[in-house]
Design a protein around this ligand. Sequence first.
Ligand code: NAD
Ligand code: DAU
Length: 360
Amino acid sequence: MNNNVILVTGGAGFIGANFVIAWLQAGLGTVVNLDKLTYAGNLDNLRSLKDHAQHVFVQGDIADRALVDALLAEHQPSAIVHFAAESHVDRSIHGPADFIQTNVVGTFQLLEATRAYWARLSAADRDAFRYLHVSTDEVYGSLDVDDPAFSETTAYAPNSPYSASKAASDHLVRAYHHTYGLPVLTTNCSNNYGAYQFPEKLIPLVIHNALAGKPLPIYGDGGNVRDWLYVNDHCSAIRRVLAAGRVGETYNIGGCNEKTNLQVVHTLCDILDTLQPAAHSYRDLITFVPDRPGHDRRYAIDASKIQQELGWQPAEDFESGMRKTVAWYLANQDWTDNITSGAYRQWLETNYAQRNKEPA
Ligand code: NAD
Ligand code: DAU
């Protein structure tokens, strides 16, 4: 096993890319980054790592057992950090199949490959190896306004095909520890925001639409509550759990920033009014639209376990994190434009079609 190498899945997506960049910037070792490059995977997220000697990017599917076996055998990682997933709730409502395939079957195949690799390690390496499964607070279902926040012992009650598929993957990870002794860690985090988030999600979508003068769609009455965490803080929490978390344990991660969707959109509009003034207030673009089917009313995370046991704290408060985020999207409008115009996808298809034609 090589203690200087980790395997990251989904490292071309929103959180995965932020994690890989921070890992390499901190000089923590080599990252083998396995990503299928679905519509949400974007090599542009990794542009700051171009030609980085310790970043090995592999386009491929976590459900491709032969590929994962070969990567593990070749690179001998000391840890796997598993981000790869279909992640958007609305897409899961319109078409759940990909969610079952990647989040459930893909996680199963990754676990099977890991189990076989881990079994071949020396006893000392088996002890040191870690498999960290990145999951979501949505597995706990929906809270009423007065309910206490989700803790690690809250019963699972997933409500969307997305959250059900993530819950299934969490249970598989748990079972692989209980049955086979695989040294797993699971994290369940609240809503992230920050750079490189695909513009189908609330915050980048609202920024993009606002700048284009388009309506800002608010589902239902805008009173649904999410608990927001700056993405870099999620990444620091994962690093902390990987370094010091107790094997087999689950850690909830959150920023104690409960906001209604309307509060979030008002905050975004007010920051934009300051940074990019227009003839109108951006709030004028807010439009109430029909609700998401089965829309969970409230999520809130009790993060006291990771705070007390591992000493983790978020560095960013909501207001400063939101200002940084809006400033990033303003400074990187080409990033969003490439996605929304299809230019990125076209580039990807041409680039990979060309590469696949070349002899290895
Ligand atoms: P994302 O959709 O931005 O990125 C997902 C990445 O996984 C993409 O790069 C995609 O190409 C890749 N991928 C998808 N299917 C794959 C497959 N079969 N094989 C290999 N790669 C594949 O997602 P995100 O928002 O960055 O979320 C990452 C993880 O964190 C997910 O597991 C998600 O459930 C979890 N999570 C997200 C949030 C959030 O607020 N975004 C909060 C808590 C937990
Ligand atoms: O809680 C963690 C989860 O957060 C992650 O597991 C998911 O991968 C991630 O996508 C996110 O899920 P949400 O459904 O909470 O995120 P989304 O950005 O899609 O929506 C946030 C809230 O805003 C939600 O209440 C729905 C609402 N919304 C969303 C969109 C896209 C709107 O009102 N209008 C919109 O156009």
